[in-house]
Ligand binder design. Structure first.
Ligand code: ACM
Ligand code: ZN
Length: 538
């Protein structure tokens, strides 16, 4: 049985086998698809000699395939890939990796049933994973591992959350203190949002601009575009620790060591959550400067500016912010943030970039609609509906389905797999304004690569199938059957993952959690996961 994830719509399998020795593998590549030739060995993990005839794998140019679609035939004469460009050919190659289980490094001979896959293509152009490296810094090797993992499941957008209250992680040459001060914190809160425990260990780390270029290049080779996120105007404690005067009040502050909740205030730190001042011209110039440097490093046209959870109290009391509101005729602080968002958007447009922000940026009606809203809040946000109706685009990251930092008992595998935009506040008539789906990996409580992959897998596979496969072939229990084989692939690759442990009544799991607050139904059964234990990381 074929265990492909995401599942292609048109797939015929027959009982005969095609097999080849890795040592003797050969490839033919049409000149139009020559880019795939450079990637072939890297992606497959072994070399192919060039061949004109009777190649093990042939890449044939076929302009009836769209930009990211492909067809694939495996029969007695070998593997034939049909694509109109490198993107489609690359996706075909991921299918080949899975079909032949080419990811088992110890295998010398690869075999698979005869297969015909026709016109396999994604449902959404945006199939993303996010990584928060502010709360915990993982570094280049983990990021590359994540990109490799994404490629195998045809995920193509990596949203890199590089700044937040607890650390600034990207070198900005014009503002060196952002990393000299902002990339370091004295210790971290451990446990959970209400925990008073700290670990006493200093944290530091950031990416130089050279590191960033290296990762962008690495991703590009895997058909993955990287979207940087620089969070303005809130979540800016690390920024303000570096440049105090960019807040409404020019007072000293530290890179934040707690992750939020009520603890900071109970410890007498009432001012940790201060935003940038939106009344000072120098703040706008600072933001533009940072955007300019970051834009040059990331060739992708999208740029994420955050914009979530910006508190209003500082702005309400700040003479500069209030003067700005008067001067620009802004009714309230929501409009002040809307004004800021429009200015930043204008700047991004002048650099050829498209702005993405969390859905809170839609609070002011004056917002321009040529931006993308990332819809994460679990509650319905009527501003998103307005945005869609006015032609705005969205990326869907609903908390209940795509916040992978949450427990498996809250963001269940099934809820990721079955997430349906129409049942989650996207009116049917505006489905064409949905760019796609993306899952968030916030890392307040994720401090290791093992824990990160435990959270990501298997939910990222459910996301991948939901974002790629046609509704007619999606089926949760069939997906769970196919998944079992993929655990073995993770074992072979030395990647930790979430391994199904037991099936328990949800109410047991929710008992001490936030069930009533989040209005969850406690009637279903679901699984809890443990970290896989068969893995020896390489
Ligand atoms: C968010 O989770 N604050 C976007
Ligand atoms: Zn101000």
């Amino acid at each position: 049985m074929i265990n492909l994830i995401p599942k292609p719509k048109n797939l015929i399998e027959t009982a005969e086998w095609f097999s080849f020795e890795k040592n003797n593998a050969t490839a033919f590549v049409s000149c139009e698809l020559k880019e795939i030739k450079e990637m072939l060995g890297v992606v497959m993990g072994f070399e192919f000699k060039e061949a004109k005839n009777n190649a093990t794998i042939s890449f044939i140019f076929d302009n009836s395939e769209s930009r990211d679609s492909y067809s694939l035939i495996v029969d007695k004469s070998g593997i034939k890939v049909f694509a109109s460009n490198c993107e489609g050919a690359f996706y075909a190659l991921q299918t080949v990796r899975q079909l032949f289980e080419a990811d088992f490094p110890s295998k010398k001979c690869l075999a698979c049933h005869f297969v015909k896959i026709t016109n396999d293509k994604p449902k959404y152009e945006w199939r993303g994973l996010h990584l928060d490296e502010s709360r915990h810094f993982f570094g280049k090797e983990t990021v590359k591992k994540m990109l490799d993992f994404m490629a195998l499941y045809k995920l193509n957008r990596f949203h890199w959350h590089l700044t937040d209250d607890q650390g600034w992680r990207i070198e900005i040459k014009k503002y060196p203190l952002l990393t000299q001060i902002g990339s370091k914190r004295k210790y971290s809160q451990v446990g959970n949002w209400n925990s008073k425990k700290i670990d006493g260990k200093p944290v530091e780390g950031f990416y130089t601009q050279e590191d960033i270029k290296e990762i962008v290049e690495y991703a590009k080779k895997r058909q993955i575009e990287i979207v940087p996120e620089i969070d303005f105007p809130a979540h800016s404690a690390a920024l303000l620790a570096s440049y105090n005067h960019l807040a409404c009040r020019d007072i000293p502050c530290e890179v934040f060591t707690f992750f939020g909740g009520i603890i900071p205030e109970s410890r007498g730190n009432k001012m940790w959550n201060r935003p940038l001042c939106l009344g000072k011209e120098e703040v706008y110039n600072f933001v533009y400067d940072v955007i300019d440097e970051v834009s040059k490093l990331f060739p992708f046209e999208y740029f994420h500016v955050g914009g979530d959870e910006a508190p209003r109290n500082e702005w309400k009391q700040c003479p500069c912010c209030q003067a700005k509101m008067k001067e620009e005729n802004l009714k309230n602080e929501d409009e002040l943030q809307g004004y800021f968002t429009n200015k930043v958007n204008e700047h991004l447009r002048s650099k050829g970039k498209i702005m993405i922000g969390w859905n809170e940026i839609l609070k002011a009606d004056l917002i321009n609609r040529d931006i993308v809203a990332q819809y994460w809040t679990p509650q319905r946000d009527k501003n998103v509906t307005t945005h869609l109706k006015q032609g705005g685009k969205v990326i869907l990251s609903c908390h209940k389905a795509f916040y992978f930092d949450m427990n498996y008992s809250y963001v269940t595998l099934k809820s990721t797999y079955n997430f349906n935009p129409v049942l989650n506040n996207v009116p049917k008539d505006y489905l064409s304004n949905v760019l796609g789906l993306e899952a968030e990996n916030w890392t307040e409580w994720i401090d290791s690569e093992e824990m990160l992959f435990y959270k990501i897998y298997p939910r990222a596979l459910a996301l991948a199938e939901n974002a790629w496969s046609d509704e007619s072939v999606k089926n949760y229990s069939d997906f769970c059957q196919r998944l079992k084989r993929h655990n073995k692939i993770m074992d072979a690759l030395g990647i930790y993952y979430g391994d199904e442990k037991i099936t328990v009544h949800r109410s047991v799991l929710y008992k001490s959690r936030m069930a009533s607050k989040l209005n969850l139904k406690l009637t279903d059964f679901d699984s809890e996961y443990r970290i896989s234990k068969n893995v020896k990381p390489k």
